[in-house]
Design a protein around this ligand. Structure first.
Ligand code: ZN
Length: 260
């Protein structure tokens, strides 16, 4: 599955604002979370319209998705209505042929997201939005709460809620595209590679002095023996990344090797 993931707005266009929040920031956070979660699915490729706070035109977004040949265009937004409305809703283009895949995709995604994110369900909708109209693939736009409503905004401020929203989008994609997880991946953290065993041992002693346990793993690279210092094997990437940060904080530049 090639997902073109589009956090709306950015740069000098904040999108909707309210309660100290900006739409461009909430949706970017959601997009980065979705991308991260999809890393466990080897058949999911993700291209972001933006991975930082930058301006990008709507035409540039749809052109990019079309040129890339995405299987789905998913645009993330938050709503606003003078503090008078709340809830979740999603949109597909309002002029689709009756059998368009976007309808089915919307039904699946809507069910997953609306049931999981603690917001009133405003329904499955259709609209003539640029990103829905100009993309060559099925396109869906989700409006994840009203930023100018105090109750919705309170949720948006919670990391745990944003995780939930991202996870619900992922669940929808998993069902639509029948994605399966990599089974039993392992992530090894390598805190140094040395030709000489004594140098590897020295690294291990240093790590020990910092309460990090490690061991030597011998491998052969192009016929040369290398002593790797293995500072942990983890079943999920987040834990391995945490270890990486811990090592960085004591001045050790480590890296992760992911294996199936
Ligand atoms: Zn928006």
């Amino acid at each position: 599955m090639k997902l073109y993931l589009d956090p709306g707005h950015g740069g000098n266009d904040p999108g909707a604002v309210g309660n100290g929040l900006q739409e461009k920031e909430i949706v970017l956070d959601l997009a980065l979370k979705i991308k991260d979660m999809l890393r466990s699915y080897p058949n999911a490729k993700v291209k972001l319209s933006r991975d930082r706070d930058e301006k990008k035109s709507l035409i540039a977004r749809t052109n990019e998705a079309n040129d890339w040949g995405a299987d789905i265009f998913l645009s993330l937004h938050c709503n606003a209505f003078n503090g008078k409305a709340r809830g979740y809703e999603d949109f597909i283009y309002n002029n689709l042929p009756a059998n368009a895949a976007a309808r089915n995709h919307q039904a699946v995604l809507h069910q997953k997201v609306s049931s999981a994110i603690d917001l009133p369900d405003r329904g499955q909708k259709q609209a003539n939005f640029h990103v829905l109209r100009e993309s060559n693939m099925p396109a869906i736009l989700t409006e994840n709460g009203f930023i100018d409503h105090p109750e919705d905004a309170k949720l948006m401020k919670q990391e745990s809620w944003r995780e939930k929203v991202a996870a619900a989008h992922v669940e929808g994609l998993v069902e639509i595209f029948k994605l399966t997880k990599t089974d039993r991946s392992s992530y090894s953290v390598i805190a140094g590679s040395f030709q000489l065993r004594k140098n590897a041992s020295e690294r291990i002693r240093f790590l020990q002095s910092q309460n990090i346990s490690s061991k030597i793993k011998e491998i052969s690279i192009n016929g040369n023996l290398v002593h790797r210092v293995l500072a942990g094997e983890f079943s999920n990437r987040k834990d391995a990344e945490f270890q990486l940060k811990r090592l960085a904080s004591i001045g050790i530049e480590a890296f992760i090797i992911a294996e199936k």
